[in-house]
Design a protein around this ligand. Sequence first.
Ligand code: FES
Ligand code: FES
Length: 138
Amino acid sequence: MTPLATILRDSLGLRGTKIGCGNGECGACTVIVDGRAICSCLAPLGRMPGRSIETVESLGGPDDLHPLQRKLVERGAFQCGFCTPGVVMSLIALLRERPDPSDEEVRCALQGNLCRCSGYVKLLEAVREIAREGSHER
Ligand code: FES
Ligand code: FES
């Protein structure tokens, strides 16, 4: 089975999607498929035709960051950044469904995204702030 993550990175050059564990445990490879955050390292390519696939590149570029990305930068919400694309995609999927999520809902949305650097506190602060401002979409 060729996983979606491999095709995104190696065939399409979309290297924002990271591969950490490769077996569904770290969330570095999270993308949004048909509105749901999923691990692309486990998603067989054969199940993708006709589906909407969003990667971190679809949100914006370095000169045109998505408001959530800008907020994470402003709040210093990451360190090495390896987990960040996956975290961003999980949070985007959450905020579309729940524009003003509770801390518990944010923690739940991030339960599959492992970050060994940040301790998650600044991520929670950034989401709280962006929800308060109502600026989670362009
Ligand atoms: S690389 Fe997909 S969950 Fe770790
Ligand atoms: S910022 Fe380093 S793993 Fe999350």
